[in-house]
Design a protein around this ligand. Structure first.
Ligand SMILES: NC(=O)c1ccc[n+]([C@@H]2O[C@H](COP(=O)([O-])OP(=O)(O)OC[C@H]3O[C@@H](n4cnc5c(N)ncnc54)[C@H](OP(=O)(O)O)[C@@H]3O)[C@@H](O)[C@H]2O)c1
Length: 259
């Protein structure tokens, strides 16, 4: 039996567990399980790997996306630049390979880290982008925003960041005036505002200045139409929630684990 799982703490609701268990059932995959593996301290990771030699891949969530990198043998260039890992491939060497690499013992594993949020965001955003160049406004400057910044740079999209803790390089919410809204036709919510059950919450921007030329992308996926997206849609903007990004990153994890 091949085991996959999610490390983080605390692990309450998990999209991943539901997603992979549904996938195994739908696709008739009978030799795999996906489990929640709560780790209060990331220092517990080596013990977990030793106790579960059947583990082949892990997802990583809050608060270990950065701390886990200390335990990895390889980190993809994307994950290095984003400075966060959300997917780990556990590579097992067979005893002969291990012997020739000078390793003692047959249970030596190598851990390779990736950031698949980058892939999910890029692939879900690209089809929505207009041909002409546009500027983006990124709301929030937390962990998920870093994957967004990486993709926007890669796609050569100029962007400004709006933060409650605005520095000289960022805007405060008070500075987001009609001109700022008119100049930034792509607005991306990377804050958790609007997530179930607090579904009435949304970032404080002047929604009345949005137009049909705007594209609003919300990383939040539950509910499907957040207050942020509802307000954009009411002004004729194109809207996109975070579900496709989530599914794309989940499928990318699966591809990484099985290649
Ligand atoms: N769809 C997907 O595949 C996907 C992937 C990753 C994450 N997500 C979602 O993206 C969201 C953000 O994730 P994260 O890990 O980056 O979360 P986070 O670190 O907790 O929050 C991100 C940022 O949001 C801002 N923020 C937080 N609470 C706020 C509030 N009450 N009012 C205004 N701004 C607030 C903060 O930025 P400032 O302090 O700079 O204002 C914070 O750093 C979550 O809802 C997560 O579920 C979705």
């Amino acid at each position: 039996m091949k085991k996959f799982g999610l490390i983080g703490y605390p692990l309450k609701h998990s999209f991943s567990k539901q997603y992979y268990n549904d996938k195994f059932e739908k696709e008739g995959i009978t030799d795999c399980v996906y489990e929640l593996l709560p780790l209060q301290q990331i220092s517990e990771l080596p013990g977990l790997l030793k106790a579960s030699p059947e583990l082949c891949g892990l997802n990583v969530t809050i608060p270990h996306k950065i701390g886990v990198m200390f335990y990895l043998d390889k980190i993809s260039p994307e994950a290095k630049e984003v400075d966060a890992v959300n997917c780990i491939k556990i590579i097992k060497r067979n005893p002969v390979e291990s012997f020739f690499c000078g390793e003692v013992g047959v249970d030596k594993v190598q851990l390779a880290g990736f950031n698949t949020d980058v892939y999910g965001f890029e692939e879900s955003l690209k089809p929505l982008l207009p041909k002409r160049p546009i500027k983006a406004l990124v709301l929030g400057d937390g962990g998920a925003a870093r994957a967004v910044f990486y993709v926007l740079k890669k796609l050569h999209i100029d962007f400004s960041v709006v933060s409650r803790r605005a520095t000289s390089k960022q805007l405060s919410y008070e500075q987001v005036n009609p001109e700022v809204i008119a100049q930034h036709l792509l607005i991306i919510n990377t804050t958790p505002l609007g997530t179930f059950p607090d579904v009435e919450a949304c970032p404080q921007i002047p929604y009345e200045y949005l137009s049909k030329d705007h594209l609003l992308y919300d990383l939040v996926y539950n509910p499907a139409e957040t207050a942020f997206l509802k307000r954009g849609a009411a002004r004729g903007a194109t809207v996109k929630n975070g579900m496709e990004m989530l599914v794309l990153q989940a499928e990318k994890n699966w591809e990484i684990w099985n290649n």
